[in-house]
Design a protein around this ligand. Structure first.
Ligand code: PMV
Length: 356
């Protein structure tokens, strides 16, 4: 019947990189200059929920996010939709009993359970949910790694949001991107007491988009060459080892060093790009003070927290559940009067601004 509606629904969580993706060797396919590694936040915390429907009565493709219409004409979104439809068409060509979904228009409805304008990386969860929900609707027998190849074309970091826990994105060597995919380094339950505190230093949109910032860095930073050739490959191996061994001291050192190296490369471009601001630097100092204070107490070894910053001023502080009071307690004593948001494996204390 022409009024038949096919529907699927899925959740995808936000991930925060501890070894950063920065630089594209192929901007069209979103192929990176280096591998990267992230921690996926709990789905109970920051996540996108997306429902996809298709039916002969839907007139055109559409996407709403938290109730407002989104532009889906961009090349990245179109690349994902095209690839998913092509694969569905192949299934239908091979089995005439399947309903003809590839030819129908799609209605996508997404909800983020956090303010979209909060300046938090939302494209990763958004594209991961979009790709998975359509793959579910089309009944693809694909693994998360196979889906990650499609999600990568929407937003690079999205390929890491298709798995929970600790996820690496292997840069790959093929020109067609077939081996540029994400894989699980360890599931969340391997190191379940990992926590993330998100400090929203500014809810404004970033001045330089990640695509523009990457392009400028690849084109003009000399430091970046060393980052890609030497720094990241070594750190990827060391980070995988730290995670396998649940070695928080190694994890913490690699995380802060990689964030600082990435921001140093941004500063090394022409003109320089500043993603961190005074509030961000204040968050760095507070982490250092918490660690120094901990190590000064008799018999205690540190560090107990580490920080990382994406292409914006917001800090993500990683710590272990046992040290919750020591880490989050300090940040709350400084910014606790601000409205906050809390979850199971992650929490934000909003607007740690200069006045706060
Ligand atoms: O996925 P994009 O194009 O938004 O780029 C993300 C870049 C960083 O967030 C800065 C680093 C990363 O690996 O997520």
């Amino acid at each position: 019947a022409s009024d038949e509606v096919y529907r699927a629904s899925t959740f995808a969580p936000v991930n925060i990189a501890v070894i950063k993706y920065w630089g594209k060797r192929d901007p069209k396919l979103n192929l990176p200059t280096n591998s990267s590694l992230s921690v996926t936040l709990s789905q109970d915390d920051l996540r996108t929920h997306t429902t996809a429907s298709c039916s002969p009565s839907i007139p055109h493709d559409s996407l709403t996010l938290n109730g407002s219409d989104q532009d889906i004409s961009g090349a990245r979104t179109q690349a994902c939709l095209h690839e998913l439809r092509t694969q569905r068409q192949q299934l239908e060509d091979g089995d005439s009993t399947l309903p003809k979904l590839a030819a129908m228009k799609l209605k996508l409805v997404s909800e983020n359970n956090f303010p979209t304008a909060a300046g938090l990386a939302s494209s990763a969860a958004g594209f991961a949910a979009l790709v998975r929900v359509i793959a579910d609707l089309y009944a693809f027998p694909l693994t998360p790694t196979q889906l990650s190849r499609i999600a990568r074309q929407g937003s690079g970091s999205a390929c890491r949001s298709l798995m929970g826990g600790y996820v690496a994105w292997e840069k790959g060597v093929e020109a067609d991107g077939s081996d540029s995919v994400a894989y699980e380094v360890a599931p969340a339950h391997h190191w379940p007491d990992m926590r993330a505190l998100i400090l929203v230093a500014s809810a404004e949109k970033k001045d330089v988009s990640s695509t523009a910032g990457m392009q400028q860095t690849v084109a003009s930073s000399a430091l970046f060459e060393q980052r890609v050739k030497e720094v990241v490959p070594k750190r990827m191996r060391a980070m995988e080892k730290a995670i396998h061994e649940r070695d928080f001291a190694a994890f913490a050192a690699l995380t802060r060093k990689d964030s600082n190296n990435f921001h140093a490369c941004c500063l090394d471009t022409d003109p320089p790009i500043f993603y961190m601001n005074d509030t961000s630097r204040c968050a760095v100092r507070i982490c250092e003070a918490i660690n120094a204070n901990h190590e000064a107490s008799a018999g205690k070894e540190g560090p107990v927290c580490t920080y990382t910053f994406d292409a914006g001023p917001n800090a993500v502080v990683y710590y272990l559940a046992d040290n919750e009071e020591e880490v989050v307690g300090v940040f709350k004593s400084i910014v606790g009067d601000k409205t906050g948001w809390e979850g199971k494996r992650g929490q934000t204390v909003k607007r740690m601004n200069d006045a706060g």
